[in-house]
Design a protein around this ligand. Structure first.
Ligand SMILES: Cc1cc2nc3c(=O)[nH]c(=O)nc-3n(C[C@H](O)[C@H](O)[C@H](O)COP(=O)(O)OP(=O)(O)OC[C@H]3O[C@@H](n4cnc5c(N)ncnc54)[C@H](O)[C@@H]3O)c2cc1C
Length: 586
């Protein structure tokens, strides 16, 4: 049973509430007022629902095939036609630079599209999605010639992109990578093996452009000796380059997305940016990719929620414990009447809408941070993007997985069968906690890089913003019920930040032991701030949609925000009982 309605109304409400008007003040976006933006989002929503969703199960069942003779990879039957239609729709380049054929829309358009396309067909979405990050990396660090040669075809989707970091001996620890790049004339020859490369080989597009990390001869050891290269599958003169797929992984989910071993034997590559500074280009690519991976969490949470609600309204089991709610003409009531089914669905709904708000807020901040004419506003927005990106990636994927599991639970055995698709969504979502830097690595990035950066400036920008909202609304009747709870959540986050910072200075292991918990504390507190803002905005309007928003904010505050109590207690428990075990006791 395929159930999905693109969450257009919610996206519009969030944009109205969380700073999209600041984006449209920027000269580059003066043509993208809210109505124009929403027209783009609606069009994208229709495409995802009508074209991408029907191919989702086919991708899961058929999967991808590798031919060891030709080294070709073939994709599920519907995907080729779907890709052509996707390219024709020009949606993939919606938020990319107009100078090279993109639509030039604000980042919020890309995040909204990313949600709807992931919800309806995650495996397929990952293919054009990787091109987006590559375009951002080349826009920042590519030479003029590289931009001319590659950007337009990547932006329009004629070619697709990959990112090639992982090798058998190096996943998280990229300093261990050994792929070699040897200079030859105006280019380099690359030799080595990359593994688990998403959409590394396929039959959807004319060419595949790989962004590959490798070492030059005599490069320093570790992460400081890594350079980035563009390695096209088909060279610019039309000849076949020496990069071939060596096989595919068989995995738990995303069966329609090929995960490839990629072998390079004297493959021609072009240096991107400076020698040994490859991580800079890769980080530009990964920053946006980390946001879209975060989106995966709530995208699949949303479609699972819609599916579960449809089921729960139909399924009749038992009697409501409240006689007034019982339906006298039937023998059993629909399961949506039972408090525990509601508990599960509302946990999902309140966090899903909160995570959507968080991601779209960050999308707005990206544009403000890059292009606002006021230097201070630009700096503050950029600080918030840096601080919140690991939280989007990690909190949204962890919560998203839990949410899909709750949706499965809410509908019972049907959730575990293929008929209602939730089992596929659960399998497809799980990898999001692992790739693009595992969730714990995001937490280390948050506590080890983002918090100490520039004397704690990033965190100060965040806490100042939340405190200002609290101060301005202490007496506002419509949100007075939320403000004291938000204030104590923020105070506690401040305390945890101080504690972790102090401990981290004397004992980094102590801080690392609680980094993941700290990230979740931060994530829930941020959602509480955004829910208070949404409740305030909703209270100024009338109608069912807004009344439901306020109820959902109340649910979040009474049933999700208290999770921070136990997380805070665990953070204070520190590392002792974790590190007390000898290795042979495991
Ligand atoms: C389906 C799929 C698609 C992928 N796509 C791509 C792709 O397109 N391109 C690409 O380059 N890679 C890709 N990857 C690889 C992915 O990015 C890595 O799996 C990921 O970075 C983790 O590396 P690893 O699996 O080697 O785990 P490891 O690095 O071995 O980590 C294992 C565990 O140890 C923890 N750990 C590791 N180091 C530390 C530390 N210093 N401190 C604390 N904990 C630590 C990790 O958090 C994790 O829990 C993909 C993987 C999969 C499965």
């Amino acid at each position: 049973m395929l159930v999905y309605k693109a969450p257009i109304r919610d996206i519009r409400f969030i944009l109205e509430t969380l700073g999209y008007d600041d984006v449209t003040e920027i000269a580059a976006f003066e043509d993208f007022d809210l109505d124009t933006m929403m027209a783009l989002v609606e069009q994208a929503g229709k495409f995802c629902t009508n074209e991408m969703l029907p191919a989702n199960r086919i991708g899961d069942v058929e999967g991808v095939q590798f031919d060891p003779e030709t080294k070709d990879v073939s994709t599920p039957t519907e995907f080729k036609a779907l890709y052509n239609k996707f390219v024709e729709s020009q949606m993939g380049g919606m938020s990319l630079t107009a100078e090279y054929g993109g639509g030039g829309a604000p980042h919020a358009a890309a995040i909204a599209l990313s949600e709807m396309s992931t919800a309806t067909n995650k495996s397929f979405t990952m293919c054009p999605g990787l091109g987006h990050g590559l375009v951002e990396a080349l826009t920042h660090y590519g030479s003029d010639e590289q931009k001319e040669n590659f950007l337009e075809k990547l932006i329009t989707g004629v070619w697709t992109g990959t990112m090639c970091l992982t090798e058998p001996q190096c996943g998280t620890d990229l300093g261990l990578l050994t792929t070699k790049a040897v200079p030859e004339g105006d280019h380099y020859k690359l030799t080595g093996t990359k593994i688990w490369i998403t959409w590394g080989e396929h039959d959807l597009a004319e060419n595949i452009i790989h962004l590959v990390l490798a070492r030059l001869p005599g490069a320093p050891e570790g992460i400081r000796g890594i350079s980035a290269f563009i390695v096209p599958k088909i060279n610019l003169d039309g000849s076949r380059n020496g990069i071939y797929c060596g096989g595919l992984e068989h995995k738990m989910g995303i069966h329609g997305s090929p995960t490839c071993v990629m072998n390079m034997e004297d493959a021609t590559g072009y240096l991107v940016g400076e020698a040994h500074k490859g991580m800079r280009a890769m980080f530009v690519m990964m920053n946006f990719a980390r946001l879209t991976v975060g989106v995966e969490g709530y995208a699949l949470s949303e479609i699972s929620y819609q599916t579960a609600v449809e089921y729960c309204k139909e399924r009749r089991q038992g009697r409501s414990l409240n006689s007034e709610r019982q339906e006298p003409d039937v023998k059993a009531d629909c399961i949506l009447k039972h408090p525990d089914v509601r508990r599960q669905l509302l946990n999902v709904r309140s966090t899903t809408e909160g995570m959507r708000a968080l991601s779209l807020w960050v999308a707005n901040l990206i544009d403000i941070g890059l292009q606002h004419e006021d230097t201070q506003i630009r700096q503050d927005a950029d600080d918030l993007v840096g601080l919140l990106t690991p939280i989007v990636k990690s909190y949204c994927t962890e919560r998203g997985f839990q949410n899909i599991s709750d949706c499965m639970q809410a509908i019972g055995g049907s959730g575990y069968t293929v008929e209602w698709n939730i089992e596929q969504y659960l399998r497809d979502e799980r990898i999001a906690m692992i790739y693009e830097g595992t969730n714990h690595i995001q937490a280390l990035d948050l506590i080890g890089r983002k918090l100490p950066k520039d004397g704690g400036r990033l965190y100060k920008v965040f806490s100042k913003k939340v405190y200002r909202f609290i101060k301005e609304n202490r007496e506002t009747e419509s949100v007075v019920e939320f403000i004291p709870k938000l204030e104590s959540a923020l105070n506690r986050l401040n305390e945890a930040t101080m504690t972790l910072g102090m401990k981290g200075m004397s004992d980094p292991e102590e801080a690392a032991s609680q980094a993941s918990n700290y990230l979740n504390l931060f994530g829930i507190t941020t959602l509480a701030y955004l829910w208070a803002r949404m409740a305030l905005a909703a209270s100024e309007k009338s109608g069912k949609f807004y009344a439901t928003k306020i109820k959902t904010a109340r649910y979040f505050y009474s049933h999700i925000l208290p999770e921070t109590d136990s997380i805070y207690a665990i953070i204070n428990a520190g590392k002792d009982n974790m590190m007390a075990f000898d290795e042979d006791e495991f």
